[in-house]
Write a protein that binds this ligand. Structure first.
Ligand code: ZN
Length: 250
């Protein structure tokens, strides 16, 4: 009996030591988060968003009303490329072929609109963007209902670390009175942010600079990625939107 007891005691000792070590880890987190938030803020400035277009809350910065940068995001190395315009931080070639979207219970009533938005992105020929809906616990992006206040239809999150932005928030009550096409547009637009699209009309709404998608420049009144057009914007990805998607994600 003694021979069996000794190994058990040893095992318990090892486990105790391991648990104690991991329990010390989180103590360092606040400083790391603070440092990273400052880097994220500098990155947003580098991207050309004017300070007066950026709002800060506890966990994120929000640019132009609907573009979310989590304070714990990974900052891309190298200068951001800036037209249709993007952030210089792309979803990796592997991840973009299967972006798993989880529809939160709060958004299942808009499943048809979500599927319509997905089909627009997935229908682009010569482009590797492919969204799939998953009900599993493993997902890349979750779409949730969120009260974003009056005037904001939804918000998307820019990608980081080669992964699509993790969250799409939809102001469901606010857009409920819009047409089906406009509700789907909001979702399609926010999905664009999650794969790095910026607002095509960035200069018209006050940004100092943005990175043009090579070969796809200029203004585009019919771009679904124009900002500030909640409930009234284009409902179909424009020719230039499609070209930009093909260039960014061939
Ligand atoms: Zn937007």
């Amino acid at each position: 009996m003694k021979n069996m007891f000794l190994p058990l005691l040893l095992l318990l000792t090892i486990c105790f030591a391991a648990c104690k070590k991991s329990a010390e880890g989180p103590g360092e987190t606040p400083q790391t988060e603070y440092d990273n938030a400052a880097k994220v803020r500098a990155y947003i400035r580098d991207l050309g968003f004017p300070d007066n277009a950026v709002v800060e809350n506890a966990k994120e910065f929000i640019a132009e009303g609907d573009i979310v940068f989590p304070k714990d995001m990974e900052i891309p190395s190298g200068k951001p490329k800036t037209e249709q315009y993007y952030t210089g931080s792309l979803v990796s070639a592997t991840n973009v072929t299967n972006i798993r979207l989880r529809i939160d219970a709060s958004m299942t009533s808009m499943t048809s609109e979500i599927n319509s938005a997905i089909s627009q992105w997935n229908a682009i020929s010569g482009c590797s963007i492919n969204w799939t809906v998953t009900t599993g616990s493993s997902y890349d992006v979750i779409i949730i209902d969120s009260n974003l206040g009056s005037g904001v239809c939804g918000s998307g999150t820019f990608p980081s670390g080669g992964r699509a932005g993790g969250t799409i928030r939809i102001n469901k009550a606010y857009i409920a009175g819009n047409s089906f096409a406009q509700r789907a547009r909001t979702i399609c637009h926010e999905m664009g942010h999650n794969v790095s699209f910026r607002h095509t009309n960035w200069s018209a709404i006050g940004e100092s600079s943005a990175t043009a998608v090579p070969g796809v420049g200029g203004t585009d009144a019919s771009s679904l990625m124009n900002g500030g057009q909640c409930g009234s914007g284009a409902t179909v990805l424009s020719t230039k939107d499609i070209q930009a998607a093909q260039v960014l994600y061939p």
